[in-house]
Ligand binder design. Structure first.
Ligand code: ADE
Length: 228
């Protein structure tokens, strides 16, 4: 999979893309993540990429030319399955959308900016708008980092123990059960006996029951969906 991320603050993406699972999956050649500085496609020597909004109003808007130039250059090199724009008015990201995107080959993610981008980009180039929740961030970079992380960890070869993505919360419509590690007794706080019993089938039954009761109490909306 290849993911091209277009941003006017690319430094915000350096750390998330260069540590832990995202770093390893790039080193293993499973995914290629390329960040493009929108200012490299600026309209002038001042590296300007935004401008005042027609009709007035607070905040600057990303201009159309740098975005179009950058996207067209990428499209001349390969075909893209989706051109995603991160924005609070997009569809809220969930696990099923992350699963769908993880099966695709090439993605562009355009990070939003302060007051937004020229609407014509959204009309003519963007194929999918994604929000990471009902709150407003200063820009789309952190949302892009969340999206890339959620998608890449689902590519089968990325996690060394393949089953660990499959047993994530949400993956089967249930929240994950609680987990424990050593010591089994910390100042009298005990790990549930069953987990120390060695009876794998019983342990799995307990974990399923825990997942069910957690989902029922914490996310009744998810539980309702699962019943239908
Ligand atoms: N940009 C600003 N806020 C955002 C959000 N909640 N999701 C995605 N992109 C955003």
């Amino acid at each position: 999979m290849r993911i091209d991320v277009i941003s006017c603050v690319p430094a915000l993406l350096e750390s998330p893309f260069n540590h832990s699972i995202l770093k390893r999956s790039q080193q293993k050649g499973i995914v290629e993540i390329v960040v493009h500085d929108l200012r490299d496609y600026s309209i002038n020597k001042q590296r300007q990429v935004d401008d005042y909004a027609f009709g007035g109003g607070a905040g600057m808007v990303l201009r159309i030319e740098p975005i179009v130039q950058c996207i067209r250059k990428l499209q001349s090199e390969r075909n893209y399955d989706e051109i995603i724009y991160t924005s609070p008015d997009g569809k809220t990201l969930d696990q099923s959308e992350a699963n769908r995107l993880s099966l695709l080959g090439n993605l562009i993610i355009l990070c939003g900016h302060y007051k937004g981008i020229d609407e014509r980009v959204r009309e003519h180039l963007i194929t999918k708008e994604i929000s990471i929740g009902d709150y407003v961030l200063s820009g789309g970079e952190l949302a892009a980092a969340v999206l890339v992380d959620a998608v890449v960890r689902l590519i089968p070869q990325v996690l060394s123990d393949e089953s660990s993505a499959l047993t994530d919360s949400f993956q089967d419509g249930l929240l994950a059960p609680p987990v424990y590690t050593r010591p089994a007794d910390f100042e009298g706080w005990q790990v549930p006996e069953i987990l120390l019993s060695g009876h794998q089938a019983k342990i799995e039954e307990w974990q399923l029951q825990q997942a069910i009761s957690r989902t029922q109490t914490r996310r009744p909306d998810m539980w309702e969906k699962l019943k239908h």
